[in-house]
Structures are given as C-alpha cells and as structure tokens.
Write a protein that binds this ligand. Structure first.
Ligand SMILES: Cc1cc2nc3c(=O)[nH]c(=O)nc-3n(C[C@H](O)[C@H](O)[C@H](O)COP(=O)(O)OP(=O)(O)OC[C@H]3O[C@@H](n4cnc5c(N)ncnc54)[C@H](O)[C@@H]3O)c2cc1C
Length: 459
C-alpha cells in the first residue's frame, strides 16, 4: 500500500502541489455532507481544468485509491462522503460560467459553478436554468447533475435530465468523453448525457456542461388553497394536473405539517385546515388571469376551505410563509430526522398519505410530509430521538415498501448515496442491476469512482 508521502508527491507532480491539500485539518472539512456522515480523506485535490482532473484520476488508478468528486457537500445521502483514506476531487477551482448564449438558449459552465451563480448570469440575459433546489445559492451545477437534483419548478420545466444538452467528463479509466450537442434536437450515438446525470460520480467526473436555458416568465402568480384533509387536497392535485394549465409549482403540506406549524409559528390558516397547496402560475402578464381562473376552478371541490391569490409581492411572501416556516419548525421538534424523498404516481398520493399515517401509528414515530405534489414527490420526515432510532429505521423500511407497492420510486431528487443503497434492490430487478454493474465496469474498470454509493454491491 502506498504511503501518504508517495500519494502526496504523485498528486503534487500531477497537478501542482498548490492544488493538493494533505493536512488532516484541511482534509477533514471535505469529508462530510448534509447526511452528517463523515470520513477523513488522505488528500484533497483542487484541479483547475479537465486535463488536471484526468491526471488525478490516473494517479488514483495507479495507487488503487477511491476517488470521490465533491461539489459543495450539500447532498443529503452521503454521496459526497469519501472513503476513509481515499482522495477527494473538489470542483471549487472549476467554477467558471464560460458562455451564456441567448440566441441558442444555452449556457456552458464548469461544474463547480453554483446554481445561484448560473441563475444570476442567465437572468441578466432574461433566462433561467429550471433546476432550483432549495440549496441553490451554494450547491453546484455538477452536484445538481450528478444527483439529478431538481426542486419545485421541475413540475413545469423538468429536471437536469430534461435541461442538459451535453457534457464533457473524465471516466474512471481516464478517458475524456463528450456527449450530446449544442442543439435541442440530436440523435447521434447513445445518450450518455442522461446516463451520467444521476450517476452520483460513480461513472465519470463531469468537467463541463452545456445547459438548456428557458426564458424568464413575464409574471408569476402565487396562489394558496387550504383543504379540510389530505384526501381532499390530493383529489385537487389530480384535478389540477388533469387540466391544460401546467402550474409552475404545486407544493403541499399535510395535516401533520400544519399541526406542527400551528404549535411552532403564528401562521395565518383558516379553522379546520388539514392540508395546504401552494400553487404558482407563470407566463405572459396578459395570459395569467385566465390561467389563474382555470387553476381556481380545478382546485374547487369537496373540502376546499380557502382560496387566496396574492395581489402583491408582499402578499406572495405571506402566502409562502407557512411553507418556509416548516423546515426550522421540524428542526425544533425532534433531534433525529430521517428525510426521504419518495415519489408515487399523482393519483396514488391519498393511498400513500393514508399508509404513512398507519405506519406512524404502528411504529410509534412522528411523520411529517410535504413536498412537490404535482410530481407526486413527497419529502417524508420520520422524526424522533436517539432512543427511537431503531423504530424510525424500521418505519422507513416499510415506507419504501409501501411506495414501491404503489408503483412509485425510492428517490425523486435527493439520490441514493450511501443511505438508500441497501434498498435499491427492492426497486430494480437483478438482471437490470447486473447490466448497470457491467456499464459501471466499462466506465470505471478499477472501481475507483465513488465506491459504496448509488448501486448496491453485485452480491
Ligand atoms: C437546505 C438544503 C436544501 C436542499 N434542497 C434540495 C431541493 O430542493 N431539491 C434537491 O433535489 N436537492 C436539494 N438538496 C440536496 C442537495 O443540495 C442537492 O443534491 C445538490 O445538487 C448537491 O450539490 P452539491 O454541489 O452540494 O453536491 P455534493 O453534495 O458535493 O455531491 C453530490 C453528489 O454529486 C457528485 N458530484 C458532484 N460534482 C460532481 C461532478 N462534477 N461530476 C461527477 N459527480 C459529481 C458527488 O460525488 C456526490 O455523489 C438540498 C440540500 C440542502 C442542504
């Protein structure tokens, strides 16, 4: 096994000693993510261009060292947590926005650029990149692509998979590959762009991305619908999704979330409120009244207690206040939280929320759900304290089984990382998993890229 000195000398020779950190005090800060897992890498590399990324990959191959790419470590599943004694490749020195091209509606960026920086650059020209995770100000485009991270706007505009034209990447073998093109149509070769998006740094290091931009809407309308219970709200979600006006955002809070808010914050809700939908419509100013009208008609039905449309930006902020107050309130409620982001077909949301209530009772844990209702994507938060952890994990296991029984999927946007890996075999059959492993071998024959993440072990 190579010594730390050998590794440090080889990495320094490959990309320059100024671009390598080996002091454990420096390395420690690159060893965690928002899952709260942590491990100490032997070295952190800070390449400045694609050629240097390739040199790092080749050096790790030579030493047989695991290599974990890092954006900003905001992921929630441990995907950016390195192997103990492995190498981290941080993208922070490859953060340039290389081009914003309004005529072709695209941007070319290095992967270390933050989502927020990209939105600012695109916004100056009247455009935006649709993926909008809540962490946009500090997470990177590379991290967004590697996790297929989205956010509320995915309902109307899609995820990174629908908003990326092409990629440059370095495989685990050290090959520099290019996928896709600069046009919105293109069918030459296999679609490696979609394969790399969502692969959590296990197939290749993304070194440049050509992204599809959308024009900023002229106006955004903010609307709120409050219902007696989740069944009534879920029926409204189905009605809203069945009519022609696609909302930009369709978020929901369940009864447990509203009860929690009432205890924690002074929120303005009508008596009897048991579920809430936050809706946004966007487009041309002149078209919005008709769109709002269509959404209001679809939202109306059994159990609707209140419909409100914001008249001003201040009122829009007030309408969003309940949704925004939720995360801090959750943090105050319980010291331990397991946050999953399951997805079911929209028509099956009522079965999921009923099932979650039963599981909470059976396992004697508290579950609070909210999320992107229009996509059927629920953030299911299982809450408790240290002494309840075993029951919380048993409950999560059953949540996953329930979701799959409802023809859903284990993760909508947070990805698999380390934490959900043991459950992937519940969703993907052995033959398909076997093919995925063979693809992994082609991209990364020595298995150095982010081992222990995403796919479960072949056995
Ligand atoms: C407060 C908060 C709110 C959030 N809100 C949302 C949300 O609304 N929607 C959502 O989807 N997620 C959300 N997230 C999760 C997280 O921010 C996203 O998954 C984000 O995309 C991670 O970006 P990052 O730069 O921090 O990547 P990291 O956490 O550093 O890495 C994530 C994964 O990407 C890989 N990776 C990073 N860069 C590259 C690259 N260049 N090439 C190959 N692989 C790479 C890493 O190896 C790792 O597997 C939230 C997180 C927080 C803390």
């Amino acid at each position: 096994m190579a010594s730390k000195q050998d590794i440090s000398a080889a990495l320094g020779a490959a990309i320059g000693a100024d671009n390598v950190l080996i002091d454990p005090a420096d390395c420690w800060t690159y060893g965690y993510d928002n899952s709260r897992a942590q491990a100490l890498p032997v070295a952190v590399t800070l390449p400045q261009d694609t050629a240097a990324v390739r040199e790092v990959v080749l050096a790790c191959r030579r030493f047989g060292l695991p290599l974990t790419v890092r954006g900003r470590g905001s992921g929630t599943t441990g995907a950016a947590v390195p192997e103990e004694g492995g190498v981290v490749l941080s993208m922070e020195r490859m953060a340039a926005i290389l081009e914003v091209n309004a005529d072709d509606r695209l941007a070319v960026v290095q992967p270390g650029a933050t989502n927020g920086a990209l939105q600012a650059a695109a916004g100056a020209g009247g455009f935006f990149w649709p993926p909008d995770p809540g962490s946009a100000e500090y997470c990177t485009v590379g991290g967004n692509l590697a996790c297929n991270a989205a956010g509320p706007r995915a309902l109307k505009y899609g995820t990174p998979r629908e908003n990326t034209l092409g990629l440059e990447a370095v495989t685990g073998e050290g090959r520099i590959i290019r996928s896709g093109c600069r046009t919105t149509k293109g069918v030459v070769g296999l679609d490696l762009t979609r394969l790399l998006i969502g692969s959590e740094g296990t197939l290749a290091v993304i070194t440049e991305a050509t992204l599809k931009l959308s024009p900023l809407p002229e106006r955004i309308a903010t609307l709120r619908a409050v219902y007696t219970d989740m069944r009534a709200a879920a029926a409204a979600v189905s009605r809203i999704m069945a009519q022609p006006v696609v909302p930009r955002v369709l978020e929901f809070l369940d009864g447990a979330a509203l009860a929690l808010l009432r205890d924690a914050e002074p929120v303005d809700l009508p008596p009897g409120a048991g579920a809430l939908l936050m809706i946004e419509a966007d487009g041309l100013e002149a078209q919005l009244p008709a769109a709002i009208d269509a959404l209001q008609r679809a939202a109306a039905g059994d159990g609707l207690l209140e419909w409100r449309a914001a008249d001003s930006p201040a009122e829009a902020r007030a309408l969003w206040a309940a949704r925004k107050a939720l995360s801090p309130a959750l943090r105050r409620l319980a010291p331990k939280k397991i946050n999953e982001d399951v997805v079911v077909p929209v028509s099956r949301i009522p079965e999921l929320t009923d099932g979650l209530a039963q599981l909470a009772d059976r396992h004697r844990v508290r579950i609070v759900s909210f999320g992107h209702a229009g996509n059927g994507n629920l953030h299911v938060n299982v809450l408790g304290d240290e002494s309840e952890l075993e029951r919380m994990h048993a409950c999560v296991d059953e949540v996953f089984r329930l979701v799959l029984a409802l023809q859903g999927t284990l993760s909508g946007e947070h990805g698999i990382g380390r934490s959900k890996r043991p459950f992937v075999g519940l969703e993907i059959d052995p033959d398909t998993l076997e093919l995925m492993w063979r693809l992994k071998d082609v991209f990364d024959p020595d298995g150095i890229l982010n081992p222990g993440k995403s796919l479960p072990d072949p056995a």
